[in-house]
Design a binder for this molecule. Structure first.
Ligand code: CUA
Length: 360
């Protein structure tokens, strides 16, 4: 090979490699890594991308050089000269990809095993998914549940995840991990958050009409702030089933008794009703299910007294479906999920707020 050809090939390789590097680096393809696991996963991604850029540069340089240099003349209809095998070349182009793929496999295996390794003092969080809401609970703290995932920075966390109805999936882009939640199984996900902030948490498995609304947040807090939050939640939850964890912001630590309508609102928020229903008293704007501001007129159409109608629509939603809304969408298991007290609070709250908006 002549020296001129090598210089030309190298020049083309540098240009192609430069273009590929710009495509890889200039747009922000990845979210910021907010956990140690995400940092390792991003390392694997960049490891593979660098290999790809080098191979792309070599292949592109040879192709462009061949197209420019060995182009046939317009009137040349001859076959090219016959080419015989070249053992050395064939061994080289088998050995190099073999080495690269093996290296990627080894790096990936190390990252997977490190990412799954729980540290001492791992915090356990139970996650329950149902159409169309996530509920997070902290078994180390009594009766603390939350509609958002709050995590302490720097501590190893293991999520134990269950689905009550259909397959859901948890994904926080900044954690770069995703895990399915399957009815009948407990799946696990290990996270070590290392960046304080609020990140979107979403369901990434098509799970019904409200799938696109099945969103929550992962809030990574300083360990002291997290402990304070947990303690405050524990206090306000008390011995009874929790009814005061609806707010995503930290509420004041007062332990004053809550009114029935506030308790009903809490049940409404905790059970994801707002994903599907409109209700001005709860600032809910869902449009999949019936508009709960119109319950007075629905009850009239169903020819039932309002409280009985509301109660039946929660525990046996198929008994009467308001015309114009889809059948079989409202979960049928609220009669089992809610305690009698929660159900009573919810019915009272819905009846009161419907009467208020009905009188407007
Ligand atoms: Cu749950 Cu999609």
């Amino acid at each position: 090979m002549r020296k001129g050809s090598i210089v030309a090939l190298l020049g083309l390789a540098v240009i192609a490699g430069g273009v590929a590097t710009a495509v890889a680096l200039v747009p922000t393809w990845l979210p910021v890594a907010a956990s140690r696991e995400a940092g390792r996963i991003h390392f694997v991604i960049w490891f593979v991308v660098v290999i790809c850029i080098v191979i792309f540069a070599i292949v592109a340089a040879v192709m462009i050089y061949a197209v420019l240099k060995f182009r046939v003349q317009e009137d040349d209809f001859e076959d090219g000269p016959p080419v015989h095998g070249h053992t050395g070349l064939e061994i080289t182009w088998t050995a190099i990809p073999f080495a690269l793929v093996t290296a990627i496999a080894i790096v990936s295996a190390i990252v997977l095993s490190r990412n799954d390794a729980q540290a001492e003092n791992t915090l356990r969080v139970n996650v329950v998914a149902q159409q169309f809401e996530f509920t997070f609970s902290y078994p180390d703290a009594k009766n603390v549940t939350s509609p958002v995932l709050r995590l302490p920075e720097g501590r190893s966390v293991e999520l134990y995840m269950r689905a009550l109805d259909v397959i859901h999936s948890v994904f926080v882009p900044e954690f770069s991990q995703k895990e399915d939640m399957v009815p009948g199984l407990v799946t696990q996900l290990h996270i070590t958050p290392d960046r304080v902030g609020t990140f979107p948490l979403e369901c990434t498995e098509l799970c019904g009409l409200g799938h696109s609304l099945m969103r929550s947040q992962a809030i990574v807090m300083k360990p002291a702030a997290f402990d304070a939050w947990l303690e405050q939640q524990e206090k306000s939850a008390g011995p009874a089933p929790p009814t005061t964890t609806t707010s995503t912001t930290t509420t004041s630590g007062s332990a004053t008794p809550i009114s029935p309508s506030a308790a009903g609102l809490a049940v409404f928020n905790q059970n994801g009703c707002a994903s599907c229903h409109t209700l001005s008293a709860a600032n809910a704007t869902g449009t999949i299910g019936p508009d709960l501001d119109k319950l007075v007129s629905y009850a009239k159409q169903a020819k039932q007294p309002l409280p009985a109608f509301v109660h039946e629509s929660i525990v046996d939603p198929e008994a009467y479906v308001q015309p114009g809304y889809p059948k079989g969408v409202m979960p049928t298991n609220f009669g089992h999920l809610l305690t009698k007290e929660q159900l009573d609070h919810l019915v009272t709250f819905l009846v009161q707020s419907a009467q208020k908006s009905g009188n407007k």
